[in-house]
Design a protein around this ligand. Structure first.
Ligand code: BG6
Ligand code: MG
Length: 222
């Protein structure tokens, strides 16, 4: 049995990935930069400062603003994002997540969170999910954003589990890269993801027996 499952939050547990996109899109528009959902795939799993850098780089504006201006842009984006969060409730938990959490608990599997979002504690609270998690990595204490494995290694350490005995679940390409680099087993949610050990199109397809079977097959035949 795997000893732990570590979840990404935005886009896996709830659809806040869409809120992040809408907020960045609005800020980018103000700066005369247009971003679409295809480009947004490169922002998923990437922290606030690095996301702004990627957006500015896309428009050739990497050096156009002072650190104070960039800070102001990040604050504006976060204010927009938090407005969108205001209505978040347990009804916004994506399909398949609660049954999986219950099955993991029943199996004695430890449950962790690996979100680089500084809003993660509030999102988890709005969804009513805090009590399910044995350990949540603190985004503010990280040096690196995904695709660096730091956050997944931190989560495994916090759970007291070796990475090769743990599963990570992600909707971001940067997240899959981070899980793979950590030595964990990667589960990808999304049609366009590459490199995941096991990939599904939607969270509704997540089922503990299937996950377990795939993980065990990998242990037998790495
Ligand atoms: C990640 C999202 O979970 O958190 C990114 O996938 C987001 O889109 C990042 O930029 C940082 O979030 P926040 O809430 O700290 O700005
Ligand atoms: Mg995500």
């Amino acid at each position: 049995l795997p000893q732990a499952v570590v979840f990404d939050l935005d886009g896996v547990i709830t659809d806040t990935a869409e809120f992040h996109f809408l907020a960045w899109q609005q800020l980018a528009q103000k700066l005369g930069i247009s971003i679409d959902r295809a480009f947004n795939e490169q922002l998923k799993g990437v922290n606030r400062a690095d996301s702004l850098t990627r957006i500015l780089q896309r428009a050739g504006q990497a050096d156009a603003y002072t650190p104070a201006q960039r800070q102001q842009f990040m604050t504006e984006k976060n204010d927009l994002y938090r407005e969108l969060l205001a209505t978040l409730s347990p009804a916004d938990i994506l399909p398949g997540i609660l049954p999986l959490l219950a099955d993991l608990r029943a199996a004695g599997c430890r449950i962790g969170l690996a979100s680089v979002s500084e809003n993660a504690p509030q999102v988890l609270a709005s969804l009513g999910l805090c009590d399910w998690f044995h350990f949540c990595a603190d985004a503010r204490a990280l040096t690196h954003s995904k695709p660096h494995p730091e956050i997944f290694l931190t989560a495994c350490r916090g759970l007291g589990v070796a990475p090769d005995q743990a599963i990570g679940i992600e909707d971001a390409q940067a997240g899959i890269t981070a899980i793979n680099a950590s030595g964990m087993y990667s589960v990808g949610i999304g049609a366009s993801l590459t490199g995941a050990d096991y990939r599904l199109n939607h969270t509704g397809e997540l089922a503990w027996p299937d996950l377990l079977a795939h993980w065990q097959a990998e242990q037998a035949c790495p």
